[in-house]
Each structure stands twice: as C-alpha cells, then as structure tokens.
Design a protein around this ligand. Structure first.
Ligand code: UFG
Length: 328
C-alpha cells in the first residue's frame, strides 16, 4: 500500500512511519515542519506542505497512487488550546476538513485519525471505555471530537472508511533512540522532568496537588510511542469502506505526576527538584484507558506496559539528544 502520513515528521507520526516501513508499506510524509523535524523523516519521501493549502494536498495525493492517509498533523497542547483556541480550530478542524475534501476528490477512501483521551473530559468511570460519554473540557478535545463526528458523517454519506485512535499520553522514544520527542516549547510532563534531570530547567512545576487521587496529583495513562505506532498499523489493516472503528490506545494503568517523578528519580539517578503549583486549567484529575477493545479486535498489546520502562526509553533519547534534533 502507498500511505500518505500527514504530520509524519512529528513525534508520533515519525515513529509510525518507521513501523509502517517495517511492515513493508510505501510511505510518503506530508508535513509543514512547524512542529515536525526534517531529520525525523526520510528526505526523499518528505513533501513539504500545509493542511490549509488545498492545492498542495491535491498534489500530494494525486500521482502517487495513495491508498490511505494517516493524519497526525494537529496542535496538541491542552493549555495552549485554552489560551489560543482559534489556532486549534483553524488547524485541527478546518485543516482536517480540507484534507478529507482532498482525499474524496482524489478517490482516497481510507484514513487513520489521531484523536485523544481529551474527548472524554472528566470521565465518570476509570478505566475509560470507548462507549463512555464524550464531553471535552478544553478546546483541544472539542477540535478532535468535531472531526470524529465529521468522519462518521462522511463514512455514511461518501463511503469513507476510517479508524479513530484516541491516544492517552504518548511518551518514550524509538528503541534505538534515533528519533524521539522534541517540542518547542515543551509542555509535556516526562520530557520536562528529564530536562530538569539534565540541568536544563531549574525545577518541575507540579500543577495541582489537591486532586481527588491517592497522592493529590493528576493520573494519566502513559503509552509508549512505539506501542501507539503499532496500533496504527493494525488499525489500518482493518478499515473497510463506509465503516468506522474507534479505539482507545493506552496501557490500562495510570501513573500520578508524583509517581512519574519518583520513577524518573530512580532511572536517571539525578536530582529533580519539584515545586508545587496551583492546578493548570483544562486538566481532568484522572485519564486511564480501557484498551480491551483494541486488544480483542486487533490483537494489540503494549510492549511497554510499565512506566519505568517508558521513562527509561525517553531518558535514552533525551540523554543522548539533550537538544533534541539540534544535538546532531
Ligand atoms: N504536569 C505538571 N507539570 C508540568 C507538565 C505537566 O504537573 O510541567 C502535569 C499536568 O498537569 C497533567 C500531567 O502532568 O496532570 C500530564 O500533563 P501533559 O501536559 O504531559 O499531558 P496532558 O495530560 O495535558 O495531555 C496529553 C496530550 C494531549 C492528550 C492528553 C490525553 O498532550 O494531547 O494527554 O490524556 F489529549
């Protein structure tokens, strides 16, 4: 199959490109390099373009016999989406609708779409199943839910086949530590903790210590990026015209902010000072996936079920690439 990976130079996209190539697929990357890194994509396969540029999308899809699209090119910072929702609606909603239109025009009828646990808002029950109500509490979650709805309607009306993957907290790096997480600015917990361990930041700010959780800090389900990538390859193989699949991708086990910090202290063996701060707007107390459906239907299971192994993988990348891709 020939697959156009939109956002394939970004963090999750680049790891998925590797997994697709391992599975023998022919991959093209479409990326505007606003968040992605040319170093993370093979130069001969990189098409530089923007989701809002319909002509660039048309060019990328036509003439390469593309069979399917994977779409990773979204802004994904919860706090930034609260501060600047227009940026999120424009790229994540308008940009994705543009992509879907271009796909339909080019006769490409299969897509794997990166969605998020943020569509669930504050869940009533944890672990969260795919049937849980979707009630986002931040603009980022709303942008992803809007596209989930569009995909269902497009499947019904135009015969589009799709898989929606609702990621929990992506983290870690490739097992050979040649690609990994490199965001500017960085807002995610694990890379920030490791930057403190490397002496690049003074301390970790713990956002909220009075949540209704055992140690008072937020609980998240940290899913290794290679496990996420594996789920994409499996989901793609199951897509059928006119039908949609929706799966959570998480380990089923949560870790608190303090729990992640403790694991990082052990793995790095370095001091990681932490300072308590008020809650960050838009943060639900606990998000943990039930991935039973993914395991049952796609035969997926996490290769990195333990937070310590995930952090060790991230540490291997960060300690060998202290300035991300600029370290080379
Ligand atoms: N946190 C801190 N200090 C920091 C950074 C984060 O205490 O410096 C806390 C946050 O408050 C949160 C937890 O660590 O409780 C995880 O925060 P991240 O920013 O790493 O991740 P989020 O849970 O906010 O969001 C991530 C993705 C989203 C996705 C969500 C789904 O960025 O795209 O996971 O679970 F929607």
């Amino acid at each position: 199959m020939a697959i156009l990976v939109v956002g394939g130079a970004g963090y999750i996209g680049s790891h998925t490109v590797r997994e697709l190539e391992k599975a023998g697929q022919q991959v093209w990357v479409f990326d505007n390099l606003s968040q992605g890194h040319a170093e993370a994509a093979r130069g001969d396969r990189l098409i530089r373009g923007d989701l809002l540029d319909r002509a660039a999308l048309d060019d990328a899809l036509r003439g390469r016999d593309i069979d399917a699209v994977m779409h990773f090119a979204a802004f994904a910072s919860v706090p930034e989406s609260v501060a600047d929702p227009a940026k999120y609606y424009r790229n994540n909603v308008v940009g994705t609708l543009n992509l879907l239109d271009a796909m339909l025009a080019a006769g490409v009828t299969r897509i794997v779409f990166s969605s998020t646990a943020a569509v669930y808002g504050v869940p009533d029950v944890v672990p969260i199943s795919e049937e849980s109500p979707t009630r986002p509490i931040n603009p980022y979650g709303f942008t992803k839910l809007a596209i989930e709805r569009a995909l269902a309607d497009y499947a019904h009306a135009y015969g589009l086949g799709y898989a929606v993957l609702r990621y929990f907290n992506a983290c870690g790096a490739s097992s050979d530590a040649t690609i990994g997480e490199d965001h500017t600015p960085e807002t995610h917990l694990i890379p920030i903790i490791l930057q403190v361990a490397l002496g690049q930041r003074e301390s970790l700010s713990i956002f909220g210590t009075n949540y209704p959780t055992p140690d008072g800090t937020c609980i998240r389900d940290y899913i290794h990026v290679e496990d996420l990538a594996d789920a994409h390859v499996r989901a793609l193989a199951k897509i059928e015209p006119g039908r949609g699949l929706t799966y959570n991708v998480g380990t089923g086990v949560g870790a608190s902010v303090r729990g992640v910090l403790d694991a990082a202290l052990q793995i790095t063996g370095r001091p990681i000072p932490a300072v308590e701060f008020p809650r960050r707007p838009g943060d639900p107390p606990a998000l943990v996936a039930s991935s039973d459906a993914l395991q049952r239907d796609l035969g997926w299971s996490p290769r990195y079920p333990k937070i310590a192994d995930v952090i060790a993988s991230a540490w291997k990348w960060h300690s060998t690439h202290p300035n991300g891709y600029r370290s080379r």
